[in-house]
Design a protein around this ligand. Structure first.
Ligand SMILES: Nc1ncnc2c1ncn2[C@@H]1O[C@H](COP(=O)(O)OP(=O)(O)OP(=O)(O)O)[C@@H](O)[C@H]1O
Ligand SMILES: [Mg+2]
Length: 507
C-alpha cells in the first residue's frame, strides 16, 4: 500500500519549446510534489536545461501549460518565477554570477530586485544579511570572503554561492541543473545534506544529474527525458538499467567492460625534485607511455597545478626539472607543450578555449590551426570533415559542424572540447576531470578513446576526484594530498578503501 501523494506544487502539461524549426521539447507532462526529490535524467542535448529554463521564466514556452499550486501561471521572466517560489540554479554558472560585484552583493541582490529587502547603499550594510545567509547554510564564509570580487572564486565556490542565493527566499520549488558537475565528492556531500534538509522541510526539488550513484542517494522519483519527451518515470526501488535504456536506447547500455590492464614500459614524462606548491615537499614521478595513469585527490591536492606545469601554463616557480622522452622539457607556454605533443583537456573547458559565436568546426581545430592550413590559407574542408567525424563518434547533438558552440547543450560543449584534444594521438594527454557533465554514452566513448590511445603508446593521465571514475579508465593510480604522493600502485592491487584513505592522509 502506498501512502497518498501530496498535491503537486508545480505541474507541466504538454509543454513544448522550439528554437526556430528545431523542436526541443515535444510535449512534456511533469508533476513536482512537496517533500520529494525528482531526478531528471537524459542524454546530453535531450532538453533538460531547456525544460528548466521554461520552468524558471527564462524561456517562453511555445505551447503548453505551467501550473503552480493548481493554478495556471505565466512566467514572463525569472523574477516572476521567483515570486511564485520557484528558484533555479542553472547549469551555466557564469551566466548567473554578476561580475564586478562582491560575493555578498551577488548573494542578496535578487532579494533586493524582488523587493523583499530594502535596497542598501554600501557593501558594509549588506554584510550582516550575507553573513546570516551563509551561516544558515553552514558555509564557513568569513567577511574577507564575502567582500571579495566574485571573479576570484573557483567554480565550486561559485556553485555554492548560486545555491545560497536560490535559498535566500525560502523556495517552494528548487530546481538544480547539474549542481554537482563542478564539485568534489566532499563538496557534493555537503550540498546533499542541504538538499535533503530542504526536502524534509517540504520543498519540491528537481535535480538534474548524470551520476547514478548520486540519484540513488537522493531521489524519490526518476523521470527520463529523451529527445524532448518523457520516456520513463520510476519510484523506488529504481531500475537503473531500464532508466539508462530508456535514456539512450538499446545497445548503448552494456556494462563497463572489464579493463584489460596495460603496463607501460617507456617513461614519457619525468619530474624530478618538483614542488607542486611553493611550500610542498619536492616529489619525483615517472609517467609512462602505454598505460593510463589516474591521478586522484581532493580539491587542493595539486592535480590541476601538476597539469598546468606539464602544459607550460603557469609561471609559478616549482623547482626541479622535467624530461619528456628523456630530453629536458621546460615549457613556458601551452604552445610549447602542444608543439612537443603534450596536450591538456582543462577542467574548466567552457572558460578555457571556447570562443562565443565560433562554429564547432572552428573551435575544434583552433589549437591545431597549422595542421589544417596550407601556407596561410585555411582548408575549410578538412576542418569540417574532422569535426563531422567527431560529432558522429562522440554523439554530439548538433545540427552540424557549422553550428555555433553557444547553442550546444552543456554536455555537448564538453564533448567538443574533449574530442578536440583526442583527434590526433598525442605523446602525453592530460585529461582534467573528463567525465564532468557528459552523459553515460559519451563517458564510455571518452574512456574507450583514452585507453585506445594508451594502447598505441601515448601517455594518458587522467585527473579526477572520484574512485569509480578512476576505475573505469586507469591502470595505475597516484594519490595526491597537498602536493605529496601518498599512494602509487597498480589499480588492480588496491581497494577503494585504500585509495580513499590515502586521499585524506595527513602529513
Ligand atoms: N538558445 C538556443 N538556441 C538554439 N538551440 C538551442 C538553444 N538552447 C538549447 N538549444 C538546443 O536544444 C537542445 C537541448 O539542449 P539542452 O541544453 O536543453 O540539453 P540538456 O538536456 O540540458 O543537455 P546537457 O546534459 O548537455 O546539459 C540542444 O540540441 C541545443 O542545441
Ligand atoms: Mg543541460
Amino acid at each position: 500500500m502506498s501512502t497518498p501523494q501530496p498535491e503537486p506544487v508545480l505541474e507541466l502539461r504538454d509543454l513544448r519549446k522550439s528554437f526556430g524549426a528545431n523542436a526541443v521539447l515535444k510535449g512534456v507532462d511533469l508533476s513536482l510534489r512537496p517533500g520529494r526529490i525528482t531526478a531528471l535524467l537524459g542524454a546530453n542535448g535531450a532538453g533538460k536545461s531547456t525544460l528548466i529554463k521554461a520552468l524558471s521564466g527564462v524561456h517562453d514556452p511555445t505551447a503548453g501549460e505551467i501550473l503552480v499550486d493548481g493554478k495556471p501561471v505565466e512566467l514572463e521572466n525569472p523574477i516572476a518565477a521567483s515570486r511564485l517560489g520557484v528558484r533555479t540554479v542553472h547549469q551555466r554558472i557564469d551566466d548567473a554570477i554578476v561580475p564586478g560585484l562582491s560575493v555578498a552583493e551577488n548573494l542578496v541582490f535578487e532579494q533586493i530586485a524582488l523587493r523583499e529587502a530594502p535596497p542598501v547603499a554600501s557593501l558594509g550594510s549588506l554584510l550582516p544579511r550575507a553573513r546570516k545567509v551563509a551561516a544558515a547554510l553552514s558555509l564557513e564564509w568569513d567577511d574577507a570572503f564575502l567582500k571579495q570580487d566574485v571573479f576570484e572564486l573557483g567554480i565550486a565556490d561559485c556553485q555554492m554561492l548560486l545555491l545560497a542565493r536560490a535559498l535566500v527566499t525560502e523556495p517552494k520549488v528548487l530546481i538544480l541543473d547539474e549542481p554537482t558537475s563542478t564539485l568534489s565528492q566532499s563538496e557534493a556531500e555537503r550540498l546533499f545534506e542541504t538538499i535533503l534538509k530542504l526536502r524534509d522541510d517540504g520543498v519540491a526539488i528537481l535535480h538534474v544529474s548524470h551520476r547514478l550513484a548520486e540519484i540513488e542517494q537522493l531521489a524519490d522519483d526518476i523521470v527520463v527525458l529523451r529527445d524532448g519527451r518523457i520516456t520513463a518515470t520510476q519510484d523506488r526501488p529504481f531500475d537503473f538499467a531500464a532508466a539508462v535504456t530508456s535514456m539512450l536506447g538499446e545497445g548503448m547500455t552494456g556494462d563497463i567492460a572489464r579493463l584489460e590492464h596495460l603496463v607501460g614500459d617507456q617513461v614519457a614524462i619525468e619530474l624530478t625534485g618538483h614542488q607542486i606548491f611553493p611550500e610542498s615537499p619536492a616529489l619525483s614521478m615517472q609517467l609512462r607511455g602505454g598505460e593510463v595513469t589516474g591521478v586522484i585527490g581532493l580539491i587542493g591536492a595539486g592535480k590541476t597545478e601538476l597539469a598546468e606545469h606539464m602544459f607550460g601554463e603557469t609561471t609559478t616557480p616549482h623547482g626541479g626539472s622535467m624530461t619528456l622522452r628523456g630530453r629536458p622539457y621546460s615549457p613556458r607556454h601551452p604552445k610549447h607543450a602542444i608543439a612537443n605533443g603534450v596536450y591538456l583537456v582543462p577542467e574548466d573547458r567552457a572558460a578555457q578555449g571556447m570562443m562565443p559565436g565560433w562554429s564547432i568546426a572552428k573551435t575544434f581545430s583552433l589549437p591545431f590551426l597549422s595542421r589544417f592550413a596550407r601556407g596561410s590559407l585555411l582548408q575549410p574542408k578538412s576542418e569540417t570533415q574532422r569535426a563531422a567525424q567527431a560529432i558522429d563518434e562522440f554523439g554530439v547533438v548538433a545540427t552540424g559542424p557549422g553550428q555555433s558552440v553557444d547553442a550546444l547543450s552543456g554536455g555537448n560543449q564538453q564533448k567538443v572540447m574533449v574530442a578536440r584534444w583526442m583527434q590526433t594521438p598525442p605523446d602525453v594527454l592530460v585529461l582534467d576531470e573528463p567525465f564532468r557533465g557528459v552523459d553515460i554514452g559519451a563517458r564510455r566513448e571518452i574512456a574507450r578513446r583514452a585507453r585506445a590511445q594508451a594502447a598505441d603508446g601515448s601517455c594518458v593521465v587522467m585527473l579526477c576526484s572520484d574512485v569509480d571514475e578512476l576505475r573505469e579508465i586507469a591502470d595505475r593510480v597516484l594519490v595526491l594530498v597537498e602536493g605529496r604522493i601518498t599512494l602509487d600502485a597498480r589499480i588492480d592491487t588496491v581497494t577503494d578503501e585504500q585509495i580513499v584513505q590515502s586521499m585524506t592522509e595527513v602529513a
